[in-house]
Design a protein around this ligand. Structure first.
Ligand code: DGL
Length: 266
């Protein structure tokens, strides 16, 4: 099977660092270019056309850096634009939906899976399309949680009463269902795992980054090119914000050079 060299990982902003962190935790010796579109985040409330347009530019930028395979860390882009990106570009592209669904279908006992994500993700039906096609015995529900991303981006941690109340408001109705598996369908949600567990004790949580990182080498085998992982961090705006990000949850990220990118050029 062909093996790929440098991989590109992209997201609408900083949230994709949770996926990158999971990839780095599960692999050694990879050469990675990360792009976060911090100039245009969030993608979640935008139309499918706009999201697809941004995603194409993000991929073109990564290809200009000579990456050989691409990871779509963004839940929203994975839901809206993965198929069109695969049609347009001639490199292997992996998103978070297929690995997350495969992981969820493996563990559910009630066969009722719920996906939480941005407005665009939940309304795309990408998860239900994949689960219905591959695991027809599974039922899928979706809950959009548009306040989660701004809360996290603005530094509200999961023990903050505002965060706890918001998590309760969105997710408490799931308690009255037979859902036993919850896909955290957005890059930012790993920052809320403890708050979610408090509202939904006993539920199985699927972290899209962990699911993707477990499937990565099987789907898109990546060459180990050195001893340690190396990452170039590229952002389209406010690239120094990256240094202030909450690294508590991101312990596996290697240090790396930070670059500013004019994404409109691509
Ligand atoms: N990265 C996005 C996702 O995973 C969340 C932030 C946004 O809306 O752009 O869906």
């Amino acid at each position: 099977m062909e093996q790929y060299g440098t991989i590109g990982v992209f997201d609408s902003g900083l949230g994709g660092l949770t996926v990158l962190n999971a990839i780095c935790a599960a692999n050694e010796g990879l050469s990675i270019i990360y792009f976060g579109d911090t100039a245009r985040v969030p993608y979640g409330p935008r139309t499918p056309d706009t999201i697809a347009h941004y995603a194409r530019q993000d991929v073109r930028f990564l290809l200009s850096k000579k990456v050989e395979a691409i990871v779509v860390a963004c839940g929203t882009v994975s839901a809206i634009a993965l198929n069109s990106l695969r049609d347009e570009f001639d490199v292997p592209i992996i998103g978070v939906i297929e690995p997350a669904c495969d992981a969820a279908a493996k563990v559910t006992v009630t066969n009722h899976i719920c996906v939480i994500g941005t407005h665009a993700t939940v309304n795309s039906h990408a998860y239900s399309d994949y689960l219905n096609a591959n695991y027809p015995h599974c039922r899928v529900s979706g809950v959009e949680c548009p306040l989660f991303v701004p809360l996290i981006e603005n530094g509200f941690r999961e023990d903050d009463p505002i965060t706890q109340l918001t998590v309760e408001r969105y997710l408490a109705p799931i308690r009255d269902t037979d859902v036993d598996t919850l896909i955290l369908g957005c890059t930012h949600y790993p920052f809320l795992i403890e708050a979610i567990k408090r509202v939904l004790p006993g539920i199985t949580l699927i972290d899209i980054g962990v699911a993707l990182s477990e499937a990565l080498q099987l789907t898109v085998p990546i060459k180990r090119t050195q001893d340690k992982n190396t990452v170039e961090y590229c952002f389209s705006d406010r690239e120094t914000d990256f240094k202030r990000f909450d690294f508590q949850h991101l312990k596996n990220l290697p240090k790396g050079q930070i670059f500013a990118v004019n994404i409109e050029k691509y």
